[in-house]
Ligand binder design. Structure first.
Ligand code: ZN
Length: 502
């Protein structure tokens, strides 16, 4: 015990104080002086969420010296951690000391209220992960979502909505206002629109008649499927008979190559929409099956992702620590590895395991469109009776080749959209980056290099990026050898981890 007392003396020296017993929360905690601790926190407004000069928290001083009453007091004040955005501290307390993440303060506000109010995304994520109750109303009737809406924090709102239920959007405060109405009153139009849409999305996915819900989950894939089949049928009925296939002319072969490519594209389309895009396995001990006295089991203490401070890898909905490049898809309600985007046209997420199928589908359809388009033009122009002038030719084709002309026009308008998408996908594949990473790049710490500049550690050069995807079917998440320097937070977490091992 005396050695720990000596550490306390050291602290006072670090702080530069002359007196032996310094008037701070660390000393009060180390000596188990609860009265003094209460006075410092409640009256003088001292923080329990800040470390002292050598990086130790009041909680750790109380723990080191076995001061149970002081510990109890600090744990009951857990919400101060969320108040100051100290996710690491929060994690430490909740996991090590089994503190209840739902303890409300005197205004009825839980740590989740505070985290939502302050917009501390990682804190919100961790609290939701630990099953903090998102429907709690404070004295004013505000839920955490009300607070996030008042502050106009779109990211906080998104996270709360994603992990919550439709009812959370309908909760009224003491004056009868929902989060969407509060956002609108506070002039946060973007948030108000998001919350308004969220109600409709919940309705579409889960509400109404279950048959309608199932139908809407199908997305546009059946429509796209029928469009391609209809185009193919039109082409085969109106264009191909113009060529004598038995003569095996070059143009005849060409005409059938278009059909072959379009059909192969459809096979890829089917595979892409039916395949598992790379869903991350759900935690078998999902929150609802776990016993109340086992909160520790919910967080893997030694997970390197958490030790490195990558809080964004916690999924509050799936209750897992997901791989770095995975993202939660709210339509599929699952986390998807190397999440690219959710494609309503194939009614599936595009991720690690079906990205090649998706790209092949695009590539085959683009080639088919070029060939069938060219063949159709040749077919109509080669008609000996067709006039030479464009307008006259158009009129003539409309009466003599209506099927071929309508095919050509549809093909022409669809072509540009498909080509643009194919080029974007090809560019991203060559750089081994996903659409999601391109859109939200700066939000992911793993995409930021020294100096905060964008850096893609998974780019291994065009050749390897492309060959890995096209030959192996996917790119492994292997980082380029060049390692970034440790940030202050990462160092802090490693410190805390070694601490925990004591
Ligand atoms: Zn998820």
């Amino acid at each position: 015990m005396s050695s720990q007392m000596e550490v306390v003396e050291e602290t006072t020296e670090v702080g530069g104080g002359e007196e032996f017993l310094k008037n701070d929360v660390y000393t009060a905690a180390a000596y188990g002086d609860v009265e003094k601790l209460k006075r410092l926190v409640d009256v003088e407004g001292c923080s329990l969420a800040d470390p002292d000069g050598i990086g130790y928290y009041a909680l750790q001083w109380a723990a080191l010296n076995n001061r149970t009453a002081a510990l109890q007091y600090i744990i009951e004040n857990t919400h101060v951690a969320a108040q100051y955005g100290q996710t690491a501290f929060l994690y430490h307390i909740v996991t090590k000391w089994n503190a209840d993440p739902d303890v409300p303060d005197s205004d009825g506000r839980s740590p989740l209220h505070w985290a939502a109010y302050k917009g501390f995304i990682d804190c919100i994520r961790l609290l939701l992960f630990l099953d903090a109750y998102s429907g709690r109303q404070d004295k004013e009737g505000y839920t955490p979502l009300h607070w996030a809406a008042i502050k106009g924090n779109l990211e906080a709102c998104t996270m709360l909505v994603q992990a919550g239920k439709k009812e959370d959007l309908m909760v009224q405060d003491n004056t009868g206002l929902t989060p969407a109405q509060l956002a609108s009153d506070s002039n946060h139009q973007q948030v108000a629109i998001f919350l308004g849409n969220a109600i409709r999305i919940f309705d579409r996915l889960y509400g109404g008649s279950s048959q309608f819900g199932k139908l809407s989950k199908l997305g546009h894939a059946p429509l796209l499927w029928c469009t391609i089949i209809a185009l193919l049928a039109t082409y085969m009925y109106s264009v191909i008979p113009g060529f004598n296939i038995w003569k095996l002319s070059l143009s005849g072969l060409f005409a059938w190559l278009g059909v072959f490519l379009a059909t192969s594209g459809l096979v890829m389309f089917y595979r892409c929409s039916r395949k598992d895009p790379g869903y991350v396995k759900m935690n078998p001990r999902n929150s609802r099956n776990i016993r109340d006295d086992e909160p520790l089991l919910k967080v893997d203490l030694g997970n390197p992702a958490l030790l490195a401070g990558n809080w964004s890898q916690l999924c509050a909905s799936c209750k897992i620590i997901r791989p770095l490049r995975a993202k939660h898809c709210s339509t599929c309600d699952r986390c998807v590895e190397q999440f690219d985007h959710h494609c309503p046209w194939v009614s599936n997420c595009i991720g690690k395991k079906n990205k090649r199928d998706f790209f092949m589908f695009l590539l085959l359809e683009v080639s088919a469109m070029v060939i069938t388009g060219a063949v159709t033009i040749i077919r109509t122009v080669r008609d000996p009776a067709a006039p030479k002038r464009f307008v006259a030719w158009l009129n003539y084709s409309a009466t003599h080749h209506p099927g071929a002309l309508s095919f050509l026009i549809t093909d022409f308008f669809l072509f540009f959209g498909v080509v643009a998408l194919t080029i974007v996908q090809a560019t991203q594949i060559s750089q081994n980056i996903t659409t999601n990473e391109m859109a939200n790049g700066m939000r992911y710490s793993y995409l930021r290099g020294p100096g905060g500049r964008f850096r893609n550690p998974y780019d291994h050069g065009i050749r390897k990026n492309c060959s890995d995807l096209l030959i192996n079917g996917y790119n492994e998440d292997v980082e380029h050898p060049e390692q970034p320097s440790l940030s202050a937070l990462e160092l802090g977490m490693i410190q805390m981890a070694s601490d925990r091992a004591l």
